[in-house]
Design a protein around this ligand. Structure first.
Ligand SMILES: Cc1cc2nc3c(=O)[nH]c(=O)nc-3n(C[C@H](O)[C@H](O)[C@H](O)COP(=O)(O)OP(=O)(O)OC[C@H]3O[C@@H](n4cnc5c(N)ncnc54)[C@H](O)[C@@H]3O)c2cc1C
Length: 399
């Protein structure tokens, strides 16, 4: 355990257990209704608060426990075993929600808001994706300075999570339209109650229900300069750095889901008797189990390696590359593990209310991971770019 942490080893291990029981117990119960309504009831937020799920990841100066990155990720693994939409909400809470403001906010806004994350008095979503263009220099939402020195925001965002429970939105927009590179872009913290801020409803998703997805529309929304994040032109850099860490949280989400899928598959394979023997004794089933465990183990090692480097230096040379590797490999992992789970369960796995666990919901929920925070192509582009820059060999330090 990190020696600076505000809780002991024993308290931390007990907390992990508490979060697993919450995710697989009360959260699963609540989710049955959320699958239909697509909205979290107040009871979910209250349980999350009561179980410190808006607090555990924060530095103590903001009311948190001073956990290190690996410890934060280990909590994420536990709640990721539960419903995907809740996982999405809590994953975002633990990461970009507060980290972007902490890393890039002005002193004035940080003094106003940083101690309000611990009990969800403040929650910030993140909006980069647009319907009208590609993510990067091709964004079209603009934030142009007016004569008073304020920025005026116009444009749209699409596929944005947590729009129904957020107070602010981190928006990446064009401030320097004459530039043809990513330096066209800047980041802003936008109060959702500002005049000109509008939420555009979207249809229900395949899985991860309840996480408040919608489009956003900005019409002549006026922003004071204190809401600029970092410097003008730094928008893409802010997005890339923030998404790097968050991509590892996605990888850990996949690990949590894959671990649960493997465990319930083992139970089912032991219980299911065909032709007088448990299917777990058949070599074809053993091969599936071995392949599932192989992927899960390697993914865990990659995430733990990332977290160790990140704890030493959050801006180390390999953050972006290793984060993209973790995310990409985690998609391969959850793809293989969910497919094998379904085969091991046979027809029963395709139905709701499977007594071993929510097989059909896990299968749907995990597919959001293909897209969340960058499709596999984008991860490959990132890995290849970094790899070509440093000549191909990652240097490892073992201590
Ligand atoms: C559940 C969910 C939650 C999300 N939450 C958020 C959120 O909170 N905030 C937010 O900003 N966005 C969010 N998104 C959007 C998500 O980040 C994007 O869907 C994802 O990055 C892919 O972008 P796109 O949908 O615009 O696909 P497109 O850009 O249309 O891409 C389609 C395919 O083409 C490939 N492609 C596109 N351009 C290139 C290129 N230049 N070179 C090679 N291949 C390319 C892509 O990799 C992809 O495979 C969310 C999406 C989902 C599904």
């Amino acid at each position: 355990m990190n020696p600076n942490a505000k809780i002991t080893d024993e308290q931390f291990e007990a907390y992990l257990k508490q979060i697993r029981e919450l995710a697989e117990g009360p959260f699963e119960e609540i989710q049955k209704e959320v699958e239909v309504t697509n909205t979290f009831p107040e009871e979910f937020y209250e349980l999350a608060k009561k179980n410190d799920l808006y607090r555990f990841y924060l530095p103590s100066e903001y009311g948190g426990w001073d956990l290190d990155e690996l410890e934060i990720l280990r909590v994420q693994e536990e709640f990721s075993r539960g419903p995907g939409g809740m996982r999405m909400h809590l994953h975002h809470a633990a990461d970009m929600n507060w980290r972007i403001l902490d890393d890039y906010g002005t002193d004035e806004v940080k003094a106003e808001l940083m101690d309000k994350f611990q009990d969800k008095t403040v929650y910030c979503n993140f909006a980069i994706t647009e319907q009208t263009g590609g993510t990067g220099a091709d964004l079209h939402t603009t934030a142009i300075k007016n004569a008073d020195g304020n920025y005026v925001l116009n444009g749209e965002k699409w596929l944005i999570s947590h729009t129904d429970c957020s107070d602010y939105t981190y928006v990446i927009a064009v401030t320097n339209p004459d530039d043809d590179k990513d330096t066209r872009l800047s980041g802003f913290l936008v109060p959702n109650n500002a005049p000109g801020f509008e939420i555009v409803p979207m249809p229900h998703m395949m899985g991860c229900r309840g996480a408040g997805h919608a489009g956003l529309k900005f019409t002549n929304l006026v922003l004071e300069p204190k809401y600029l994040l970092g410097k003008e032109g730094q928008g893409m850099e802010i997005a890339i750095h923030s998404l790097s860490v968050s991509r590892v949280h996605i990888a850990m989400s996949n690990l949590g889901m894959a671990q649960r899928m493997l465990e319930i598959s083992l139970k089912r394979a032991n219980d299911r008797i065909t032709f007088g023997k448990p299917i777990a004794s058949r070599q074809m089933i053993k091969a599936k189990i071995a392949d599932m465990q192989k992927m899960i183990h390697v993914l865990r090692c990659a995430i733990y390696d990332f977290a160790r480097d990140f704890n030493k230096d959050p801006h180390n040379e390999y953050v972006t590359e290793k984060a993209a590797i973790c995310k990409l490999f985690s998609i391969d992992t959850v793809k293989l593990v969910s497919d094998e789970m379904l085969e091991i369960f046979g027809g029963d796995g395709y139905f709701e209310d499977c007594p071993y666990g929510p097989t059909e919901r896990l299968y749907r929920d995990c597919r959001a991971m293909w897209l969340e925070e960058g499709a596999p192509c984008v991860q490959r582009i990132t890995i290849a770019r970094e790899c070509q820059n440093h000549g191909g060999k990652i240097e490892y330090t073992f201590d």
